[in-house]
Design a protein around this ligand. Structure first.
Ligand code: NAD
Length: 544
């Protein structure tokens, strides 16, 4: 088997690739309006209550229709997932991993289609959408390899006369609740990690991205993952989601989303229900208010590029996005003089068009909330650029920079999750790190400096789960940058890292006493017998 290696990105500067993407976009657009079912144990379910997925680049345009799962549907999903767990839990890891490798292969083949779905449903530009698919493929491949690695268990010290092992066994039925902003990658990562570990899953996608989630479910089926292992249940979080978070048979919840919903899940899951015989495990990855520090000794041009990409890539709607920029006072004016024109040059519009770097924000309520924050920001600092909606029939906002913001300002403290960057001045590098740490979050951060001592200080004191130096603070790669944050950014689960599957398993230690008959059978291995005999004597002594 080939070792894991992250996927390379599609090169859209090649006319042939551009052509394929244009054709695929047209095909997906021509298929708008389909209806998708809930899938539980392979059964397709339609309900009277429905909801739509919309194109944020074109107000009111329906992409597809979905069923609003209710408590009854959730209960059915739980029953099926519980039943399926009884066989899936004993399916060998090698077989489980094969399904993930198969899914990765299918995603490679459907790469353009998956990207095109994201361009329409969540407004990702082509490069961002392609990177999202690449990450989803990486998760399948990486967790497949990881499942095989975990299958061996750790090496334990062997007590004389015993065979001592530790294996990682699954937990049970898990509820997977992903966000819309990496609608394929994060959904795939959380779901595959859960089921490759031997658990069964009820997947409740975000109501802003059920279309791409339905494509994922198609891939699960195409890979012939046994029915009932993954159950697809779109619908409002407050209905079926809440019900399953409370459910006594839910063994674990893997959540990625906002702080408020995450904390609510942690609280609800913490309350033991009648009949519940375990402590629910909650993996909760939440928001960020990520900072980039640009030191007086930084390469300004490189910092300008890194901040621009981190703050405005995918409209600032990444949990890792830079939303706080901290500039050493000595270079503040120089940096801004170079930076602002590059921000003003950003093209905003429907990302169906390759030339638009920034697309729409996800929906109307996000759009309204961002415009409110811009108004707050105008009072809290100096508007340097943007600060208004961009032209077009979608939820478009101009990339906005607000300078000279106080560290306690709301726009410097609260997660906005859009293309709005707050900039503060620092007296020196120590002050800059102090400002960077002055937040309830702790997800990503970056420092630009040519001074190795300052870099060392940042490595030691900048309190974030993912720190980058002299590069942007977005773009974590599976297997390379295990991802997860501190404090209110979540449980630091380190998705895409070597510890991640541990969260979906429990370790069982077995001490197998080697009985006499067994020892006789291994007579031809004299050294082992000698050890065992010696061990037996020792053991009796100890236990008496
Ligand atoms: P959200 O919290 O609104 O929704 C996340 C998911 O929770 C969705 O599937 C939603 O339907 C569901 N949900 C909502 N209410 C629920 C309830 N009562 N019970 C169960 N499920 C419920 O977040 P979002 O808008 O989808 O995503 C944006 C947020 O996610 C941002 O705060 C961002 O920082 C965060 N995020 C964090 C990471 C990370 O790794 N830390 C990654 C991506 C996004």
């Amino acid at each position: 088997m080939k070792p894991f290696k992250p996927e390379t990105y599609t090169d859209f500067t090649k006319p042939a690739n551009r052509k394929i993407m244009e054709k695929t976009l047209a095909k997906i657009e021509s298929e708008f309006g389909k209806e998708y079912s809930i899938v539980i144990g392979g059964e397709r379910i339609k309900l009277d209550n429905k909801f739509h997925s919309y194109n944020p680049s074109k107000k009111g345009e329906v992409i597809a229709t979905f069923q609003k799962a209710d408590e009854k549907t959730a209960e059915k999903a739980m029953e099926v997932a519980l039943k399926t767990f009884e066989s899936w839990r004993y399916t060998p890891a090698k077989k489980r991993a094969q399904y993930l490798f198969r899914m990765a292969e299918i995603m490679r083949k459907r790469r353009y289609e998956l990207s095109a779905c994201m361009v329409f449903e969540v407004g990702k530009n082509w490069l961002e959408a392609d990177a999202d698919v690449a990450e989803a493929i990486d998760f399948c491949d990486y967790y497949g390899h990881e499942a095989l690695r975990y299958d061996h268990g750790p090496k334990l010290i062997q007590y004389p006369g015993e065979r001592d092992t530790q294996t990682y066994i699954p937990l049970g039925v898990g509820l997977v609740i992903p966000p819309w902003n990496f609608p394929l990658a994060i959904l795939t990562g959380m779901t595959t990690a859960a089921f490759v570990s031997g658990n069964t899953v009820i997947l409740k996608p975000s109501s802003d991205s059920p279309f791409i989630a339905a494509k994922f479910m198609e891939i699960v089926e195409q890979a012939q993952v046994p029915v009932g292992v993954v159950n697809f249940m779109p619908g409002p979080g407050a209905l079926a989601g809440d019900y399953l978070v409370r459910h006594p048979k839910t063994r674990f919840i893997a959540f990625t989303g906002s702080k408020s919903v995450g904390l609510r899940i942690v609280e609800l899951a913490g309350k033991t229900q009648p009949g519940q015989i375990w402590i629910k495990r909650v993996v909760a990855e939440m928001g960020g208010k990520d900072a980039i520090v640009v030191d007086s000794e930084a390469d300004i041009d490189s910092a300008v590029n890194g901040v621009r990409a981190s703050a405005f890539g995918y409209q600032g709607q990444k949990c890792s996005a830079c939303s706080r920029l901290i500039l050493d006072d000595k270079i503040y004016d120089k940096f801004m003089a170079k930076f602002i024109p590059t921000v003003e040059a950003i093209k905003v519009g429907p990302v169906k068009n390759f030339d638009n770097y920034m697309g729409p924000v996800i929906n109307e309520s996000a759009y309204k909330s961002m415009l409110e924050y811009i108004d707050i920001g105008k009072k809290e600092g100096q508007l340097m650029c943007g600060g208004e909606p961009a032209e077009g029939d979608g939820w478009f906002i101009r990339p906005t920079v607000i300078g000279d913001v106080d560290a306690k300002a709301r726009i410097f403290q609260e997660e906005i999750f859009g293309p709005i960057l707050a900039v503060a001045r620092a007296r020196d590098f120590n002050h800059a790190i102090e400002l960077a740490n002055d937040t309830e979050y702790g997800l990503t951060g970056a420092v630009y400096s040519k001074n190795p001592k300052k870099i060392e200080k940042a490595k030691r004191e900048f309190f974030v789960g993912n720190l980058y130096t002299n590069r942007k603070c977005t773009g974590a790669l599976v297997g390379v940058h295990p991802f997860g944050g501190f404090n209110m950014s979540g449980t630091d689960s380190k998705a895409g890292g070597p510890d991640y599957l541990l969260l979906f398993t429990q370790a069982k230690a077995v001490a197998e006493y080697i009985v006499k008959e067994t020892r006789k059978k291994v007579v031809e291995k004299p050294t082992k017998i000698k050890k065992a005999k010696h061990g037996k004597a020792k053991q009796h002594k100890k236990r008496s």
